[in-house]
Design a protein around this ligand. Structure first.
Ligand SMILES: Cc1cc2nc3c(=O)[nH]c(=O)nc-3n(C[C@H](O)[C@H](O)[C@H](O)COP(=O)(O)OP(=O)(O)OC[C@H]3O[C@@H](n4cnc5c(N)ncnc54)[C@H](O)[C@@H]3O)c2cc1C
Length: 386
């Protein structure tokens, strides 16, 4: 497809081996446990997968965003839940790597790259999932200290020990600021986990912040810098989620091909049925187009790293497209199995349940199309040029 560098190849084979040898045999455990198994996170840390795009100086591989996309794609082929968990770990790391002071990078990134500090990013609230101006969680200054109060909704990895980046409104202002908070510090508590249709191995909670005390040195990206921080961080985060969605479709495609090759219908292989051949062709074409779009967006994000609006438009274009196409493609894979497609033992239903969530995570797919469409019309149409 694309010629990969030695480093990208190495990341791909490490992630693939981890997914096939460590994750695949433990899918049932991952999907049914109350917490993602810590030893698997430790292994990802030891293999370097927690730090794929981050500087070597902080324990990362410095392998770039194409390698990050490849890593997530390989893991999502086997376990979209595990890939989502890793994507969420990358979000606060991106925020720190892009916006942190040298001291903050030194303090947080090595533990996060090692998998001993499992990050989260808390933006969403009951009243907003995409619009920072609607935030109600507020940071107030009192006696030289800063106190955060509010409730964050659907926060991934919130029950895993580590650091959470909380985005809170500045008191009396329309602006917001990001803060580095230690999970389970005084004032930090959780709801019970939300029971959702898919991604059963990666849990979300409401996070209650009750007078959580932070210092000036915990401000990430400067006072009133929350919006820019979100823009820069989610620009890369969208790429990571697109990789999860594309990888999941590839995983379901693999299951569908295996099933077709082994399934007989009244003495004839179902591979001989024109309907099955036609469907397989569409599934293959969709899967290929998602892969191409993903790698292109990742290259774009590397090339235009200093221009966050450009990166955001490219990754939003990919994420909006891949989120919906992956969901539709996985549904086609399920149909290939006939009635067996809905049965847990055949696994493809797990991908379908996960994929129902794809258009509504880290910004709705419609909102992604608004971001990329308005960027193309107002600023630049080079998103699809050479
Ligand atoms: C499994 C899971 C994990 C999550 N993890 C996290 C996490 O770790 N941290 C975190 O902060 N959040 C997290 N979220 C929240 C998620 O990012 C938001 O739910 C998502 O951004 C969508 O927001 P919303 O649900 O408020 O929907 P909205 O953005 O309000 O969208 C609702 C509807 O309104 C439409 N709409 C919205 N805005 C516009 C607009 N401007 N113009 C036109 N139409 C619009 C959309 O098309 C959609 O149909 C998670 C969600 C899920 C499901």
């Amino acid at each position: 497809m694309f010629e990969l560098t030695e480093m990208q190849e190495a990341v791909r084979s490490t992630a693939r081996e981890f997914a096939e040898n460590a994750l695949a045999p433990r899918i049932e455990e991952i999907e049914h446990a109350d917490k993602f198994p810590q030893d698997l996170i430790d292994t990802m840390g030891e293999l370097g997968l927690m730090g794929v795009p981050y500087p070597e100086a902080y324990g990362g591989l410095d392998a770039g965003l194409v390698a990050e996309a490849i890593c997530l794609e390989e893991i999502a082929k086997v376990s979209p839940s595990a890939a989502k968990l890793l994507t969420v770990c990358y979000l606060p790391m991106d925020a720190i790597n892009l916006f942190g002071t040298p001291e903050q990078k030194e303090k947080y990134l090595p533990g996060m790259c090692a998998g001993t500090d499992i990050g989260s990013l808390a933006f969403t609230e009951a009243g907003t999932g995409s619009d920072p101006k609607q935030l109600t969680t507020t940071a107030k200054r009192r006696d030289g200290k800063i106190y955060i109060n509010g409730v964050k909704r659907f926060i991934s990895n919130a029950a895993l020990e580590g650091t959470i980046v909380v985005v809170a409104r500045d008191e009396g202002e329309d602006t917001c600021t990001a803060y580095l908070v230690k999970k389970f510090c005084k004032g930090y508590s959780l709801s019970s986990k939300w029971e959702k249709i898919g991604f059963h191995g990666s849990h979300v909670y409401d996070v209650f912040l009750d007078d959580v005390e932070v210092e000036e040195s915990d401000i990430l990206g400067g006072e009133k810098g929350g919006f820019d921080l979100l823009l820069g961080t989610t620009a890369i985060g969208k790429l990571a989620f697109a990789a999860v969605f594309a990888g999941a479709a590839e995983g379901a495609y693999g299951l569908s091909k295996d099933y077709i090759r082994n399934k007989m219908h009244r003495g004839t292989s179902i591979a001989k049925f024109p309907t099955v051949q036609l469907r397989t062709s569409v599934i293959a074409a969709n899967t290929l187009s998602m892969k191409l779009m993903l790698y292109r967006a990742a290259q774009d994000a590397e090339m235009f790293a200093g221009n966050m609006r450009r990166v955001q438009a490219a990754t939003a274009l990919a994420k909006g497209y891949i989120a919906d196409l992956s969901n539709q493609t996985i549904q086609m894979c399920v149909n290939t199995f006939g009635a067996y497609g809905g049965m847990e033992e055949y696994h493809v239903e797990r991908y379908l349940r996960d994929s129902v969530i794809f258009p509504n995570i880290e910004g709705n797919a419609d909102v992604q199309r608004l971001i990329s469409g308005s960027y193309i019309l107002k600023k630049d149409d080079s998103l699809i040029a050479d």
